[in-house]
Ligand binder design. Structure first.
Ligand code: F3S
Length: 386
């Protein structure tokens, strides 16, 4: 590949992987089972990103392994109804066309593990979206570093990634113990815990003790928040995640997190009052979350806008089950292919957004100039149900 025998594009992409491997001291390339590419929204990559992708696609770049995409900047079907500006939409559609030409699946989601065959335990993959990286490494036990958009694309086009970091056994060991002395009830409690711990451990690998039980959606909320406030790409949770049982925690420092810390985190993340809009589904909502929401909204009327972000795949399944209709009858919208943070909500007149996600609460002020109301799902619904 490096000698250019497979064409100019592969040579260019492979060179990028070699350089990355050299920086991190990788001794070889390893095949990857799947890739997830970030840098999809026009809001994040702009014209230079669009030109880069179109150039690759026009030169015949094709992916070698199943490859999915991170959320785009809009619902790719209902963008007009949702009021997305026309100029933005046209650029976003051009970006999607370039990815399609390369053979990438048109699944614009941060929860690819809910959409296509998830990776298996121990499988090497190259994923970019930080919350998906956390879920794949921690909850599934697959192996990926936090890839950037270009390095993930290069891995997809070459089918390999340099072997370093979280691909190696010795780099997956916990670096700190987090003793949780608080009751975690709602998904937002897991988001608050993740936000707090991410700030403290930064790039570390926390080993949680004391989390009695957690659903997959709660582990996804925990990992997403830690990856956003810090750069946690892997965590272990005693009794809950697959590598926790064999992890060596001897001699590690312990930090404790109790009700007081969680309360302070809620206070810190609440920068506004009276949301103009509530946005759920960060990371993208699972079928279980769609079902819960539809149950809560059945026969109700909303007095303020509600979006629930999810993948197209989950939206279609929810529609077939009649859940989308229930949510829409109440006045909510099921928005696919995009997310709160990469859609241009500030250009749509919203100033204060209500969320139950620690990750969204972390990013909304900076990325979307929003004030944030961070609460549990029930508390948010109470604010917007008429
Ligand atoms: Fe997904 Fe966007 Fe949240 S990418 S994790 S919905 S910030």
């Amino acid at each position: 590949m490096l000698a250019g025998e497979q064409g100019e594009v592969i040579e260019r992409m492979f060179r990028l992987l070699v350089r990355l491997g050299d920086i991190y001291g990788a001794d070889r390339m390893i095949p990857v089972g799947s890739v997830q590419v970030a840098g999809v929204s026009y809001k994040s990559i702009g014209d230079p990103g669009l030109e880069f992708l179109e150039d690759l696609a026009n030169k015949g770049a094709k992916v070698k392994v199943p490859t999915t995409l991170n959320p785009s900047g809009m619902d790719l079907v209902d963008w007009k109804k949702l009021g997305v500006p026309e100029d933005f939409a046209q650029k976003q559609l051009q970006i999607m066309d370039a990815f399609k030409k390369m053979g990438i699946m048109m699944t614009a989601t941060c929860t690819p593990y809910l959409v296509r065959d998830p990776p298996r335990f121990g499988e090497h993959i190259a994923w970019s979206e930080s919350s998906a990286v956390s879920f794949a490494n921690s909850v599934i036990g697959a192996r990926t570093n936090r890839e950037g958009g270009p390095s993930a694309l290069a891995a997809a086009i070459c089918g390999v990634t340099p072997s370093y970091g979280l691909h190696l056994d010795e780099k997956r060991k916990p670096t700190i113990i987090v003793k949780v002395n608080a009751e975690l009830k709602d998904n937002s409690d897991f988001g608050a815990l993740g936000y707090h711990v991410g700030k403290l451990v930064k790039k570390g690998i926390p080993y949680f003790k004391g989390i009695k039980d957690a659903e997959a959606d709660q582990l996804k909320a925990l990992g997403a928040a830690m990856a956003a406030s810090g750069a946690v790409a892997l965590y272990h949770a005693e009794g809950l995640t697959p590598e926790a049982g064999s992890a060596d925690t001897k001699g590690l420092e312990t930090i404790e997190v109790g009700g007081k810390e969680l309360k302070e985190t809620y206070k810190k993340l609440n920068t506004g009052k009276d949301p103009d809009i509530v946005i759920l589904g960060c990371p993208h909502a699972s079928m279980k979350e769609m079902t819960t929401l539809a149950d809560k909204l059945k026969g109700k009327t909303l007095k303020k806008p509600l979006w629930i972000c999810t993948s197209r795949f989950t939206k279609e399944a929810a529609t077939r089950m009649g859940l989308t209709e229930i949510i829409e009858k109440a006045g909510g919208k099921v928005v696919a292919d995009t997310c709160t943070v990469v859609s241009p909500i500030e250009r749509m007149g919203y100033k204060t957004t209500g969320v139950n996600s620690g990750k969204a609460a972390n990013y909304l002020p900076g990325f979307c100039k929003q004030q944030v109301v961070f609460k549990s799902l029930d508390d948010l619904l109470e604010e917007i149900i008429a």
